[in-house]
Ligand binder design. Structure first.
Ligand SMILES: NC(=O)c1ccc[n+]([C@@H]2O[C@H](COP(=O)([O-])OP(=O)(O)OC[C@H]3O[C@@H](n4cnc5c(N)ncnc54)[C@H](OP(=O)(O)O)[C@@H]3O)[C@@H](O)[C@H]2O)c1
Length: 328
């Protein structure tokens, strides 16, 4: 089969052996794969424990090929989260994500545990469905479970250019929240208002961005943050007393000097969040169906042009998800 393989020499589309499904695994003929920042970090050697060669890709939509399975012949999406620990409701010690070291979705076929395959939402195209899993489950757990946002609340989502942030806005809006966003680009703020219905925003490149959000929103009940860095102290400043900051990433690096006084004086809950459980995935897809959520697709590339898709990812110019079409 054809697949996008990362070796010491770089990325290429090559012929690799078909996957051999282990017990309790099923094969999916992949139609579309979604890219995530993780794929970029792996290609530039900045992801922990990179093992090469590897077929990249954590997200995928395709057709199930498993005789006797209830979803045989149907369009499915793949949960990339492997070995969640149900006792602690966190990643297990042998936790893995599809697409390194396990074979990823940028391939014509993939074998995964039968429990990791779910019916694709009917209202989503192949491209939209491929965008749902990794960024979606991360946003779902951070927003709905860890920050536990509720209807009527004021929510701030940082760095709207990111895939997780886009879903976090869609989730909070669908729940009936008012949502403000930050970005480095005016175009992203405008697009967020047009496409996602955000209630306002500010450029995090401006020193007084938190004041701008505060004056627009009045108060912020919850922050969904994937940036960290120096801006995290602004998040501590902007969230109301008793509010929550759900943290799922650190794109801007470590917080130089965290203002701990704000944390205890304001009774702030800082809730870390990574990926999600099998139940989170099921809940996320049910929410997608109930609210007819359609992921924002930034761009689509053919498998033969995967290098261009990775260049787009590296540029951080995207708004929404970058999709690779596996099947012509
Ligand atoms: N914990 C998990 O399970 C999990 C899952 C997925 C991703 N992540 C992590 O979450 C982060 C976001 O990933 P992603 O794939 O959604 O998006 P991404 O493609 O990495 O984009 C991140 C976005 O962050 C924004 N950003 C950059 N610097 C910022 C800053 N100083 N302050 C605020 N925003 C800033 C930019 O938005 P603008 O372009 O609008 O400026 C950028 O588009 C990454 O660090 C990723 O590794 C964690």
């Amino acid at each position: 089969m054809r697949a996008c393989v990362l070796t010491q020499e770089g990325l290429s589309v090559a012929s690799v052996p078909d996957p051999q499904p282990a017990a309790n695994h099923v094969v999916v003929a992949v139609r579309t794969a979604g890219l995530n920042r993780r794929d970029h970090w792996i290609t530039v050697g900045k992801y922990p424990g990179v093992q090469l060669p590897v077929v990249l890709g954590s997200d995928g939509c395709g057709v199930m090929e498993a005789e006797g399975h209830a979803l045989d012949g149907q369009r499915v999406v793949i949960d990339p989260s492997m070995s969640w620990d149900a006792t602690t409701d966190t990643q297990g010690s042998d936790y893995q994500i599809l697409g390194m070291p396990l074979q990823g979705t940028l391939a014509e076929r993939i074998a995964v545990p039968a429990g990791n395959v779910h019916a694709a939402p009917r209202h989503c195209s192949d491209a939209e469905a491929a965008a749902l899993p990794l960024a979606g489950i991360t946003a779902w757990r951070a927003t709905a479970k860890r920050a536990a946002v509720r209807s009527g609340q004021h929510v701030l989502v940082t760095g709207i250019g990111g895939g997780v942030a886009t879903f976090a806005v869609q989730i909070a809006k669908a729940m009936g929240c008012k949502v403000w966003v930050t970005s480095s680009k005016t175009a992203n703020l405008e697009r967020a208002a047009q496409v996602l219905g955000t209630d306002g925003g500010a450029l995090y490149t401006e020193a007084d961005w938190a004041k701008q959000i505060q004056s627009q929103a009045g108060h912020i009940d919850a922050v969904i943050d994937g940036a960290g860095g120096p801006g995290f102290n602004n998040c501590l400043g902007i969230v109301r007393p008793g509010g929550t900051i759900a943290v799922y990433g650190a794109t801007a690096g470590a917080v130089p000097t965290m203002n701990l006084h704000r944390v205890f004086w304001k009774h702030i809950t800082i809730a870390g969040s990574t990926m999600g459980s099998p139940q989170d995935m099921a809940d996320w897809l049910a929410f997608v169906n109930d609210h007819q959520i359609r992921p924002v697709v930034d761009s689509e590339y053919m498998l033969s042009n995967t290098a261009q898709a990775f260049a787009r990812l590296a540029s951080s110019e995207q708004f929404g998800n970058i999709i690779v079409r596996i099947a012509e």
